[in-house]
Design a protein around this ligand. Structure first.
Ligand SMILES: Nc1ncnc2c1ncn2[C@@H]1O[C@H](COP(=O)(O)OP(=O)(O)OP(=O)(O)O)[C@@H](O)[C@H]1O
Ligand SMILES: [K+]
Ligand SMILES: [Mg+2]
Length: 667
């Protein structure tokens, strides 16, 4: 314990000393004032040496150093993780495809956005990108810490790969999406090292308040100096500087940035990367959580499992049409249909014009020799059939109901030949599995007062079946990306804080609009870039921890601010009588502490002021204990504990220190 403390402190010391640079202290004006005070008293103690001046100078320097140490220790906690991430950035050889599709060996550092590279089993993926061809199992443990391999495949919401991870089986072609130096791992390193941290609006506001308090106390001390001057109670500049430092909010000033860094670090430890501190704070106040279904609540490997033909349609005819409609469909759903039926074609027939799937049309297929085949969401495909002069099919309706009620996704298959009427051919059953433990965790979110809403492009029956199984509070079905975005805006206009969890490119606008946008690590690059957090475990209920950490961060900052200000007020009453009692004997009634001399009082107060910072570093780093309860309750408890504690502590602490300090000759 003591040795680990020593190593932590000695590792943080060089950083803390570097932070004595006044330019770096500009960000915390309170500490800058202390440093200016330290310089002043140091100069005075050289010009006119005295025990008082020397001791005050020493302890003022220590005050600044303790604050810097707190920040450095907070930053240091991410260093080891950054080092292991750096190992992933090693230069490797990449197998780049040139325009003719031929392979050339290049260094991974020379890859550019848009380059295509081949990666095979046993090889390391040379950069961030999207799989554009093939399926592979990938070991991402170096980034996520999760040892089970993950599937990465082209076309769908699981196409994004991270540079530095290793392909375990098969062969994939990856289109590079980030330039060297701007990769996901680069961002992760900057994040865990704290180098990218920007102060949040709340922190800036608190900084302004602390700055204003500092100015007030500078004026108070200057006034005291003038009063003292006029009344023969001459106070030296050293004493007034010491008094000033005791009165300004040094405790919170010293710990503010450490509190923020430690909050981000707690998230990283839970495998959540927060790209902005503002999002972490917002998480503390979340009212509604929206979740995408496929890939977020479910595992996302939606696969075709059965064919359900319409009345009078032979299964082989449905199979052939479903196959044709999927030949050019590079989504996992499309490929799973080809797998189920077994391809009889050698690639996409020449002359076919392709209709790619989009989240807005919810259909895909192709046109070939006057024949059109389509597959897609029941509502979209039925409309296509009716528009094409076709009629509804009771068997198809029944199959759609049956598949949906089981929580599966029905894809309706239809065709139209020449100018004839369009025909419904049947249904493909796509199966997906809800992730483990969702129900209990959503119940926990409910207990925290957070409403969960599943937003999905799937039909209402499927959506309700999955919602029922996962235990979410509400559902929005057949939602287009625009509708997801509109729902978030509506909630926000109602004054609610909105979190969104999603994995797909079609979730990206919503992830960007939400106050807290958590992208699943299994998701697409677009989703990860749009959100302000990435969950490496791809667990949407991780929001529970994110909310707790956000609340804890806000409470910790509030508690230490309360303590700091209460503390400063108490110090004022603890030491002022001692300082002025010689000149104004009437103050004797206020001199309840009976400190041994004015000099000893002032030194004790300065020492106490510095030691309080050290004493509170563990609390700043760990965060105050968080129990789920109402905001009003939390506020009351904290005001009581840290406010009253802050008022009492200086009287006890300064008295005890005075007993020691008064032993120093000359005080
Ligand atoms: N490859 C495809 N071809 C045709 N239709 C598809 C294909 N993939 C999905 N669909 C249909 O489009 C609907 C919406 O698509 P998608 O799953 O991308 O929406 P989403 O909003 O991301 O919802 P979620 O991810 O929650 O299911 C699906 O429910 C399905 O009916
Ligand atoms: K202070
Ligand atoms: Mg999706």
């Amino acid at each position: 314990m003591t040795t680990s403390l020593l190593t932590t402190v000695s590792a943080a010391l060089p950083g803390a000393l570097r932070k004595l640079d006044p330019r770096l202290l500009l960000a915390t004006p309170v500490m800058l004032v202390v440093e200016v005070g330290a310089v002043t008293t140091t100069v005075l103690s050289v010009l006119d040496p005295s025990a008082l001046a020397v001791l005050v100078s020493l302890w003022l320097w220590l005050t600044v150093l303790f604050g810097n140490l707190a920040e450095s220790v907070a930053e240091g906690r991410g260093k080891a993780q950054a080092a292991s991430l750096r190992a992933l950035q090693q230069e490797t050889t990449a197998r780049r495809l040139d325009r003719r599709g031929e392979e050339e060996q290049v260094s991974s550092t020379s890859l550019r956005v848009g380059d295509l590279v081949v990666v095979e089993a046993g090889e390391r993926i040379p950069g961030d990108g999207d799989v554009v061809e093939g399926v592979a199992s990938v070991d991402e443990s170096a980034v996520t810490g999760e040892s089970a391999p993950v599937i990465r495949e082209s076309g769908g919401d699981r196409c994004a790969v991270t540079g530095g991870t290793t392909v375990l089986s098969d062969r994939i072609v990856v289109r590079i999406t980030s330039a060297p130096g701007q990769s996901f791992v680069d961002r992760m390193i900057a994040l865990v090292e704290g180098s990218q941290r920007q102060r949040t609006p709340n922190e800036i506001a608190l900084g302004v308040l602390l700055g204003a308090l500092t100015i007030v106390f500078v004026v108070v001390c200057a006034t005291l100096y003038l009063i003292a001057d006029h009344s023969d109670a001459d106070q030296s500049v050293v004493v007034l500087v010491a008094l000033l430092v005791c009165l300004i909010p040094t405790t919170i000033g010293a710990l503010l940035s450490a509190i923020g860094i430690a909050g981000m670090d707690r998230l990283v430890r839970r495998n959540v990367l927060a790209m902005s501190g503002r999002a972490v704070e917002a998480a503390g106040d979340v009212d509604v959580l929206l979740l995408d279904k496929t890939g977020t609540i479910t595992h996302g490997n939606r696969r075709a499992s059965a064919l359900l033909p319409a009345g009078g349609v032979p299964e082989a005819e449905l199979a052939e049409a479903a196959l044709l409609a999927s030949l050019a469909d590079e989504t996992p759903e499309g490929r799973s249909i080809v797998d189920l039926v077994g391809s009889t074609y050698d690639g996409v027939p020449a002359g076919a014009s392709l209709v790619e799937f989009s989240a807005t049309t919810r259909m895909s297929g192709l046109d070939l020799d006057g024949r059109s085949v389509r597959k897609g969401a029941a509502s979209a495909t039925s409309r296509w059939v009716l528009d094409g002069g076709g009629v509804a099919s009771p068997e198809v309706d029944a199959a759609v109901q049956e598949v949906s009620a089981s929580g599966g996704t029905p894809l309706v298959v239809a065709e139209r030949v020449g100018d004839g009427p369009a025909r419904l051919l049947g249904v493909v059953h796509l199966k997906d599995v809800v992730k483990d433990g969702m129900r209990e965790r959503f119940a926990e979110l409910r207990a925290m007062g957070i409403r969960t809403v599943m937003v999905t492009g799937d039909n209402a029956v499927t959506a309700h079946a999955i919602a029922q199984e996962a235990g979410v509070d509400d559902v929005l079905a057949e939602a287009t990306p625009e509708e997801k975005l509109a729902l978030i805006r509506r909630e926000q206009q109602g004054g609610r804080m909105v979190a969104m969890c999603g994995d797909g490119t079609n979730d990206a606008p919503a992830l960007a609009q939400a106050d807290v946008g958590v992208a699943m690590n299994t998701g697409t690059t677009a989703a990860k870039e749009a959100g302000n957090m990435v969950d490496l475990d791809s667990d949407p209920t991780k929001l529970i921890e994110v909310v707790e950490i956000g609340k804890q961060l806000l409470i910790t900052r509030g508690a230490l601010t309360t303590f700091s200000i209460a503390n400063d007020v108490a110090k004022y009453f603890a030491i002022l009588p001692a300082m002025f009692v010689v000149a104004f004997p009437q103050l004797e009634v206020l001199n309840v502490m009976r400190l041994s001399s004015p000099e000893s009082a002032i030194v004790s107060a300065v020492v106490f002021n510095a030691l309080v910072i050290v004493a509170l570093v563990p609390l700043a780093l760990r965060g105050v204990a968080y129990r789920p309860s109402s905001a009003a309750d939390l506020l009351r408890r904290n005001l009581l504990l840290y406010g009253v504690g802050g008022l009492v502590a200086p009287f006890v602490g300064i008295k005890l220190l005075d007993l020691l300090v008064s032993l120093v000759p000359g005080l």
